[in-house]
Each structure stands twice: as structure tokens, then as C-alpha cells.
Design a protein around this ligand. Sequence first.
Ligand code: PLP
Length: 308
Amino acid sequence: MAISNDIYVTSPLLPPLSEFYPYLEEIWKNKQLTNNGPFHRQLELSLADYLGCKHISLFSNGTLALLCAIRALVISGEVITTPYSFVATSHSLSWSGLKPVFVDIDPVTGNLDPDKIEQAITPQTTAILTVHCYGIPADVEKIDALATKHGLKAIYDAAHAFDVTREGNSILQHGDLSILSFHATKVLNTVEGGAIICPDLETKSHIDRLKNFGFSSETTVDAVGINAKMNELQAAFGLLQLKHIDHALLQRKECYQRYRQAFCHLAGSKIIQPDAHVSWNYAYFPLFIGPDLNCSRDEIYTALKTRG
Ligand SMILES: Cc1ncc(COP(=O)(O)O)c(C=O)c1O
């Protein structure tokens, strides 16, 4: 049973409610609830600045961002991806009428093993969909090089990788497109939400059209689009979150370190973490339970839950 001083790894970041009221008053005053309103435009700019990315297109959730990224890159046939992810990764492929081709992970990082990709490429392969699982960067250099060599598109599902950098550079700038999730459990949340990181303005405006029914102006529809827009309340919430994010990241780190202290001597288990060049977001506490441990994964889960 949960106790009051539980230490959650993924408790949603909720700034003081009083700080949200001025945003709501602003929305009530200008009466723009959605469709690229002022908070939406501001959040796109502020996030690009915070994350060190060129352009960002906001979405109502990460899954729709993935679907629109796939659509924007005109991917067909088979897509190489990882079996070790949340279901949204492979479902976005199946939902788009594509065949996910699973390639095994590297047991050290939990990410797609780049050395196993080439043997899975067939004449039908058009893309690689890689996940930075738990926010731990995948081997982007090798995967980008493989995509270029074989003329494939590269999408990175960076749902877990908000504000992760390697040697000072954002890992969101690799491949053709990266997507983020701002779901309630994520490091930065907009209740539900997501984004596509775009390398240039042309790509961003194409993606902006796709997420808004294909409208290129108030009177013209020139693409088959969908409704995947983030609304003004979500965007305002995101802007407020950004004000608190540095503190939230520190709290996550403290929480992670507390778990690490508790688990680092547990023989038969392995704590997954990024290498020393990575500035991580401590979004999760990934612990692999090996067969040598005298305890099953589920027993550990229950013990942790019981003890908060
Ligand atoms: C790896 C991964 N990809 C995609 C998603 C989908 O994001 P959303 O929940 O914002 O639709 C998630 C959500 O948790 C995820 O963990």
C-alpha cells in the first residue's frame, strides 16, 4: 500500500496553481484557444532555445508527432526499429501501414544495436526508427551513417530524451527528424503533448500543415492532413513548466541517486546509465534484473511498491 512519503521517479511536475492563473486570464482575454495562438508560438521558440534546436513543431501528443514524422518523410514498406520501447514506437509504424522489422538491442545501453541493422535491410526497407530508451542516447553516429549509406530515412523517437546532450550538443539534432513526448509522466509535461524537431523552416512549415488538416493558408488545403495540434492551455502550461524545469531536473537527479545508492550493490542486477560524455535528464531509473538474482522482477516491483 502506498505511504505518504513515497519517492516517485515519475511524479508529474506541477508548478504552483497560482502561477497558472495569469496564463489562463490571458487566454480568456484574447479568446484564442488553439490554432497556433500566442502561447503556442512562444513555446515553440522557447523550447527551441532551451533545447538548442533549430525549429520545433508542437503536437497534441508524442504519438501523433511520430505519425506525422512518418508521413512527412513519405516512408513506405519496412522500417527497422527496436522491440524494446513503449508500444507507441512500433504501433506508429503499423498504424501507418508499415511493417516494423525488429532488430535486437545492445544489452548494455538498452538501445538498438547498430551492428545488427545492416543484416535486416531488404529492398523494401525505407527507414530506421530508433529510440533513445530511458533518454539514454542511441548510437546516433553509426545509425545516421547507415541511413546515409543505404539511402534510408532516420527518425529518432526521443520521447524520453528531453534536454539530453552529448558533449554539449543536443541529441535531438540527428537523422531526418526527432520526436518528443510531453505526456504527464515525462520530464517536461504539457499534460499531454509532443513535438517534432525540424532541421529547417521548410520542413517545419510542411509539418505544421500536416498537423492542421493540410491547411497552407486560411483558405487553402494542399495536403492530406490530420488534427494533431497542441492547444493554448497546453502551450501555456508548457511555458510555466519551462520556468521550473531546471529545479525539476535537479530533483530527478537527487531521486535517481537515492535509488542508485540503494541498488548499486544488488548482485545479479544492472543499473543502465549513459556514458560519461552524456548530460542526462534522469527521467527513469532503469534496472535490469538478471537470472542470477534470487528474486524475480515482479517480486522486486512489489517490494518497492510496498515500501514506497
Ligand atoms: C518511447 C515512447 N515513444 C512514444 C511515446 C508516445 O508519447 P505520447 O504518450 O505523448 O503519445 C511514448 C510515451 O510514453 C514513449 O515512451
